[in-house]
Design a protein around this ligand. Structure first.
Ligand code: SF4
Length: 478
């Protein structure tokens, strides 16, 4: 089977995608892998076509034969553990069976009725730690059923078929809900509200909808303007309008929304980034990884994006990997990703960590940033080696220096509290009751901005969907 579709074992998936795989011996503190020669990432590409090739689809889509072959491996488990592991509870065996019987459009409808952003989630979900980790086929030769790629096959098939929107709307309730933020939570909430017969007006701070799907994910994960195509598809249901460049606490006030609409949903995500807390952090060349990723996503020709020769990325999550890999693909000479703990503790999945190494990123573990050098512009950073002492991370006193003309910070994001006066926060996130309502009556929330939320696109979609049902109940009692 590996010879036919090249995807059976998890490790072999990287072979099929990237053309090479090498077991990456871990030697504790330091880890350097792959040569630029092997991945062909030396220097900046000269032509637009060469650069575009570096940002091509990370997981090329399945064709019909691949989808049929892989879908036929599913055992259609009763009480399927993959469905239990999916935050949006997609009936995975049902959609896979529809693919295997030649009904990909039916499969897409099964997916989309639980997750209207199933196309993006199929591309960016850490499936290896969610549905595919739970798949019983992990115990069998061939490994887990590639649920994410099958999901993408079905949803892409439906969207490319140019069929009518798969969901209708209940009769109009006459109610209108203000949705703040056109990211995954806000869009999912607005779509479900529309299905339930309500209208939604979405207020988005930026010039485009999609949130992280449009601005915050590596370009090779979201090719061909998919985020905007998905927004267009979602809006086909009707009853949803989007107003752009409307920022909460700036030209948009919660008090006005509460007064003018029947309910409010806040899905603003985390709009601010954490600092390193070091002196000299304002030097030229030091940027947020989120801003860097956004610039790449919005650049029609990636050659226009400035990248350093010696880039340091600080952090251990998928954002850090997205920034590091893209810096290398843009043509940086050396990219060093520095994380204060070990590989096991990284927020980035094993797949993402391997991807960084396959793209010639040098990974340095157990290292805490302790100084920034440079006169006006960053020239190097100093790191202190770290270790666990009684479970607590401590510096060892031993330091080393890494040359840098660009530093990308990916040490977490936080809520911008602007415009949220009157709503209780806990540890910088919105507090909700069990019905997704904040401490302000009639104001609901979901996604990364809430206290219990996991920072996953799929969780944001589920929050938005569930909050829409809670708002529906709230409106029916008005
Ligand atoms: S756990 Fe695996 S084999 Fe079972 S239904 Fe889910 S995808 Fe199919």
């Amino acid at each position: 089977m590996v010879g036919v579709v090249g995807i059976a074992f998890p490790k072999f998936r990287l072979v099929s995608t990237l053309g090479a795989y090498q077991d990456l011996a871990k030697d504790g503190l330091w880890e350097t892998t792959m040569t630029t020669k092997r991945m062909g990432l030396s220097g900046k590409p000269e032509t637009a076509a060469e650069m575009a090739a570096r940002f091509d689809d990370l997981h090329p889509p399945y064709n019909e034969m691949m989808a049929m072959t892989e879908s036929n491996r599913c055992l259609y488990c009763y009480d399927a553990p993959c469905t239990t592991a999916c935050p949006t509870s997609i009936d995975i065996p049902a959609f896979i069976r529809k693919i295997s019987t030649g009904n990909p459009n039916g499969a897409a409808k099964t997916i989309l009725e639980e997750n209207i952003l199933g196309g993006t989630c199929a591309r960016v979900c850490p499936t290896e730690t969610l549905c595919e980790q739970a798949c019983v086929c992990n115990e069998l030769e061939g490994g887990p059923v590639p649920i994410g790629r099958l999901q993408r096959y079905a949803v892409d098939h439906f969207m490319e078929a140019d069929k009518p929107h798969p969901f209708g709307r209940k009769p109009s309730s006459g109610k209108t809900v203000a949705v703040v933020g056109a990211g995954p939570a806000g869009l999912a909430c607005a779509h479900r509200l529309a299905m339930l017969g309500h209208d939604a007006v979405v207020f988005e701070a930026k010039a485009k909808a999609g949130g992280l799907n449009e601005y915050g994910l590596a370009a090779y994960k979201m090719t061909n303007d998919f985020a905007q195509k998905e927004v267009d598809f979602l809006l086909e249901i009707g009853g949803i309008t989007i107003q752009y460049e409307q920022r909460l606490g700036d030209n948009l006030l919660l008090a006005d929304l509460s007064r003018d609409y029947d309910a409010v949903f806040i899905g603003i995500g985390l709009g601010d980034v954490n600092d390193l807390g070091l002196e000299g952090e304002d030097k030229d060349g030091i940027h947020s990884a989120i801003d860097f990723i956004e610039e790449i996503r919005q650049a029609p020709d990636k050659r226009d994006v400035a990248v350093g020769d010696n880039v340091i990325v600080i952090g251990g999550g998928n954002t850090a990997i997205d920034a590091a890999v893209q810096a290398k693909r843009l043509g940086a000479g050396e990219v060093t990703l520095v994380y204060r703990r070990g590989a096991e503790q990284m927020g980035a999945t094993d797949f993402e960590q391997d991807l960084a190494k396959l793209n010639d990123v040098i990974v340095r573990y157990w290292s805490m940033p302790s100084g920034i050098k440079g006169n006006g512009k960053v020239e190097s950073m100093v790191f202190e080696k770290a270790e666990l002492d009684g479970g607590k991370l401590m510096g060892t006193g031993e330091t080393y220096e890494v040359k840098a003309d660009m530093v990308l910070k990916a040490v977490g994001q936080k809520l911008l509290p602007s415009g949220l006066d009157g709503i209780e926060l806990n540890r910088g996130k919105l507090v909700l009751d069990e019905k997704f309502q904040t401490t302000m009556g009639g104001v609901f929330a979901g996604g990364d901005a809430v206290a219990s939320g996991e920072d996953l696109t799929v969780q944001a979609v589920e929050d938005g969907k569930q909050a829409a049902h809670a708002i529906d109940q709230y409106l029916s009692g008005m």
